[in-house]
Design a binder for this molecule. Structure first.
Ligand code: HEM
Length: 162
């Protein structure tokens, strides 16, 4: 893994992040815009699932309207995250906050997949409930908790990697 990380740090995108005048700031800015468009929109869907906000809005409609924004922001975030990682691969790959962050992203994906498989099918039965059934609320709260973990670990990486 160390060999791979060392090679990654010598690639052109990595040099741009690490050695150019403003490469790092530009990439972190893009990473955070991705965060705003993805987690920033998912926040409202999760709060709606948890029965804490937008209680008069159809959940299916909210999902349909927010998902393209989420997906676009998510792709930007992953792409910019990969370039940031390349820049500091040798210090990032063993960083505990980086590993927790990746695990939390994975669990957030699993939570969303389980939600769609197990609960999403009968969305019509609770679509307009101001406070949806407990398992739906739980999926929203778990998602919020996992994305909060991702963001906290992202911030902690900045203080522990260099
Ligand atoms: C998809 C969800 C993601 C979220 C919500 C997220 C969030 C964040 C946040 C909030 C920061 C702190 C920025 C700062 O300190 O100013 C950060 C930094 C960072 N992220 Fe991500 N990130 C995500 C994905 C990724 C991925 C997939 C990678 C790499 C494979 C990655 C690599 C990095 C690196 C290397 C930094 C450190 C940059 C610095 O020191 O500021 N991120 N991320």
């Amino acid at each position: 893994m160390l060999d791979f990380a060392t090679w990654l740090e010598s690639t052109a995108p990595a040099l741009f992040v690490r050695e150019s005048l403003n490469g790092f700031q530009i990439l972190v800015g893009i990473h955070l815009m991705g965060l705003i468009f993805s987690v920033g929109t998912l926040l409202w869907l999760d709060l709606r699932l948890a029965g804490l906000a937008l209680r008069g809005t159809s959940i299916a409609m909210l999902n349909r309207q927010l998902m393209p924004w989420f997906a676009t922001g998510f792709i930007v975030m992953i792409a910019s995250g990969l370039v940031l990682f390349a820049g500091f691969a040798t210090s990032a790959y063993a960083n505990p906050f980086f590993l927790i962050k990746l695990a939390a992203i994975l669990f957030a994906g699993i939570n969303a997949w389980l939600f769609h498989r197990m609960l999403g099918r009968d969305v019509r039965t609770w679509d307009r409930d101001p406070v949806p059934p407990a398992p739906v609320r739980a999926a929203g709260i778990v998602s919020l908790a996992l994305w909060t973990t991702v963001i906290l670990c992202g911030r902690m990486m900045s203080y522990t990697m260099f």
